[in-house]
Every structure is written in structure tokens, then in C-alpha cells.
Write a protein that binds this ligand. Structure first.
Ligand code: HEM
Length: 416
């Protein structure tokens, strides 16, 4: 059972094991929780989180200079403001929406089919390690226009970079490892950027290389930072969302049966998964002036963490907030992937996620493929489900068992 919030710490083992039981007390008793070891404030109420993410004068993304820039090798989108932000954001948005998105879903299907194939006849697969993680990297490499055959190496570098951004504390050894990963990825990208400047294609890297602002192109440093930005932002939450969706559906067999019968409900199931268990749990900001939130003064210069998991379960924002309900009236599937979303899993305001529509399409496409193939799907017997991560959070692994499918020669299986 959670102890009184006065003794509460976001760095405790209990909170790391399962943060959700703590959120109600935090919202009610210490909605602006000060964490001395991090000299930072943690906000848990929907109203306060929304205010911080939309009041761009009082709260900025200045924290990312320390949290992200060293491994991104330059400034990321979330650090930018004004015309530069609008223009660069537009290039990325175009690569992930509209006609580009439709085209990419064909590649998502092909990637997913190739990754699934070896596991179908076995009737068992780790949804995270065997499928979700490689898929997230493959898909992102495709959009960027990077070689899929290098995915293991890129995934390892991505792991180090993500660790740097999402760790609340890092030993000097881990910090060095993360920075090494970033340096090696940068060294891998620079010749690619050089080639695309001379022979641009249709991929996102080519678009970044050829874009101009006020007649000036982007430097290698700027392009590198945006590539790493997209790689981490797109790949990090994707496998977590897919695994969390399947966990909720397996835990709610009635809703799983409904989604199987009507895959049109998948959008609602994904939106509800994102609300109830957001893969991005914390969004950092810096207070630019003394600001009073829920009766507590957050001083100028302080780091503030928006607790998205807590805000999304605020009864002031959602009815019966701790339950998984794909039919909940107060979510709204369509708006859940837009700026009008009531949940805050994609952030809100100027820096709201540019990949929300893409993430929905990707998870929807892949889940619609998986559901008919994974008949009688359940967690592997004896498996102890465990999530990890304070900043981004998801299942560490998720071994599933299902009725084996024989695509060649065996009992007729569905085509992938
Ligand atoms: C379920 C999947 C995803 C989740 C939960 C998610 C979550 C988020 C969140 C919470 C933010 C706000 C960060 C802030 O305010 O500081 C964000 C921003 C961002 N996301 Fe996503 N994201 C997802 C998928 C993607 C994908 C597929 C892309 C591909 C491009 C992407 C690219 C970005 C970028 C570039 C930003 C920064 C936007 C800006 O500052 O203007 N995300 N995302």
C-alpha cells in the first residue's frame, strides 16, 4: 500500500514498480510534489499539467538543453520556438501525415509480416523483444530513408540515447556510454547526410537536407539533431503502446472479443490505452518566473515534471479514470489523436506530438494484422508481468502464447 505522500519519493522502488496506485494521493494531497534529490517539482493534476504545457511564457523547454541536446548532437524540435519551430515542424509533419502516411502503412505491413513469420508456427512470441522493438526501429528507418540492414546497430545506439534522456539519475559510466552511442550514431549519419545533399530522394533525411529557411539551408548539426530527434521520438513509445494495448485487451477478454469482431474499435482501444497507461509518463519544463500552482509557488528556474499518467487519471478530467473502457464517452477516439485531445499522452500546446496520427495508423495497422493471427492469445503461463521506466514506461517483455499458425502446407492459416 502507498505510504503517506510526505514520505513519498518518485525515486522509490515501490513507485518504480507500479506508479499508478500513488497518483490519487498525489493529486489530492501533494499535487505539486517537491523531490529534493532531483531539486524538481512533480505535477499530478490534469488542470496544472495542461496549464504548464500551454503557458509557453511561464514554462519553457529550456531543460532539454541539458536533458537532450548532448545526445541529440544539436537542438531538437521541442527546444525551438517561433518561425524556426513552425517551419521545421512542418517538414517533419509532412513526412508523417497525408499521402506519405498511406504509403508508409504498406511498408509497416511488410515489415510486420516479415518479423512475425518465424513465430507463427511456434505459437509463441515476445511481443516486445521479438516484434514490437524491431518493428518500431524498422519503420522509423524506412521513413528516414536509412538502411534497414543496419537496424541492430541503430537500435543499440538508440538505446543509449534514450537512456540518457529518460534516466532520472545516471552514473558517470552510463553517461559516457550514452554519449558514445550518440557520437557513433552521428558519425554514421554524417556521410548519409552528405550523400543526400547531392542526391536527394523522397525520404525525410533528403527533405531535411534540401529545406531552406530565409534562403539558408540547415547545417549538418541541425539535420543530425532532427534525425535523432525523430528516431527517438518515433521508436521509443511505439513498442510500448502496442504491448500495453495487448496487455489491456488480454486482461479484458470481453473487450478483446469486441475488437476482434469489429477492428473498427481498435482506434478507441489505442486511445484508451494511451490515456490509461501513457508510454511517455513525464514531460519536463522549466519555470521562467515564480508561478503558483495548486497553492504552491514554483520558483523561477525550477525544473517541473508533468506527470502524464497521473493527469490522465484525474477524476476531474475522466469519469471512473482507473478503468480500461474502450467505450468511454469522455475520450473521443478521433480527437484523441489531435490537438483537441482530452488525455495528455501526446502532450499539448506548441510542442504536441507531430507523430500522433502516424502512431495511431501504425499501431492500428499492426494490431489489425496480429489479432486474427494470434488466436487464443494469452500471456505465457508462469510469466510475471513487469513494467519499467519513470520517464517512458512499458512492459520489459511480454511473452505470448497463441494457437500455432501454419502458413505453408499445414492447416489453412490466414495470409499475412
Ligand atoms: C504512441 C506514440 C507516441 C507518443 C505517446 C508520443 C508522445 C509525445 C509527447 C508526450 C510529446 C510532447 C513532448 C513535449 O511537450 O516536450 C511528443 C512530441 C514529439 N513527438 Fe511524439 N509520441 C509518439 C509517437 C511519435 C512519432 C511516431 C513521431 C514521429 C515523427 C513522434 C515525433 C515527435 C516529435 C518530433 C515531437 C516534438 C514536437 C515539437 O516539439 O514540436 N512522436 N511526443
Amino acid at each position: 500500500m502507498p505510504v503517506a505522500p510526505t514520505r513519498f519519493s518518485v525515486l522509490s522502488e515501490e513507485f518504480a514498480a507500479d506508479p499508478y496506485p500513488w497518483f490519487e494521493q498525489l493529486r489530492e494531497r501533494t499535487p505539486v510534489h517537491y523531490e529534493p534529490a532531483l531539486d524538481s517539482y512533480f505535477l499530478s493534476r490534469h488542470e496544472d499539467v495542461k496549464r504548464v504545457l500551454t503557458d509557453h511564457e511561464a514554462f519553457t523547454t529550456q531543460t532539454l538543453q541539458v536533458r537532450a541536446e548532448p545526445v541529440m548532437r544539436g537542438p531538437v524540435l521541442a527546444q525551438m520556438t517561433g518561425a524556426e519551430h513552425t517551419a521545421k515542424r512542418k517538414i517533419v509533419v509532412r513526412a508523417f501525415t497525408g499521402p506519405a502516411l498511406q504509403e508508409q502503412m504498406g511498408a509497416v505491413r511488410a515489415n510486420a509480416a516479415a518479423l512475425l513469420a518465424p513465430f507463427l508456427a511456434r505459437g509463441r512470441m515476445d511481443l516486445v523483444g521479438d516484434f514490437g522493438k524491431p518493428l518500431a526501429i524498422h519503420v522509423t528507418l524506412d521513413v528516414l530513408g536509412l538502411e534497414r540492414r543496419d537496424w541492430r546497430q541503430v537500435a543499440a545506439w538508440h538505446g543509449g540515447i534514450a537512456e540518457f534522456i529518460t534516466s532520472m539519475t545516471l552514473t558517470p559510466e552510463r553517461r559516457r556510454h550514452c554519449l558514445d552511442c550518440a557520437e557513433q550514431l552521428e558519425a554514421y549519419l554524417l556521410p548519409v547526410i552528405e550523400r543526400r545533399r547531392h542526391h536527394p530522394g523522397e525520404d525525410l533525411i533528403s527533405k531535411l537536407c534540401t529545406a531552406e529557411f530565409d534562403g539558408i539551408g540547415m547545417s549538418d548539426r541541425d539535420v543530425t539533431a532532427l534525425i535523432i530527434n525523430v528516431l527517438v521520438a518515433a521508436a521509443e513509445p511505439a513498442d510500448k503502446t502496442l504491448a500495453l494495448l495487448f496487455k489491456h485487451l488480454i486482461d479484458h477478454p470481453g473487450q478483446l472479443a469486441e475488437v476482434r469482431r469489429d477492428p473498427g474499435l481498435l482506434g478507441a482501444a489505442i486511445a484508451e490505452t494511451l490515456r490509461l497507461t501513457p508510454p511517455v509518463q513525464l514531460i519536463p519544463r522549466q519555470a521562467e518566473r515564480d508561478t503558483v500552482l495548486a497553492g504552491t509557488t514554483v520558483p523561477a528556474g525550477a525544473t517541473v515534471y508533468c506527470m502524464i499518467g497521473a493527469a490522465n487519471r484525474d477524476p476531474g478530467a475522466f469519469t471512473d479514470p482507473d478503468s480500461f473502457d474502450i467505450h468511454r464517452a469522455d475520450l473521443g477516439t478521433a480527437r484523441s489523436f489531435t490537438a483537441a485531445a482530452q488525455h495528455l499522452s501526446f502532450g499539448t500546446g506548441l510542442h504536441q506530438c507531430v507523430g500522433a496520427a502516424f502512431a495511431r495508423a501504425e499501431i492500428e495497422t499492426v494490431s489489425a494484422m496480429l489479432l486474427p493471427l494470434l488466436d487464443e492469445v494469452r500471456l505465457s503461463p508462469g510469466f510475471r508481468y513487469r513494467e519499467a521506466g519513470l520517464y517512458t514506461r512499458g512492459p520489459v517483455s511480454m511473452p505470448l502464447v497463441f494457437t500455432p499458425v501454419h502458413l505453408d502446407g499445414g492447416p489453412a492459416g490466414p495470409a499475412v
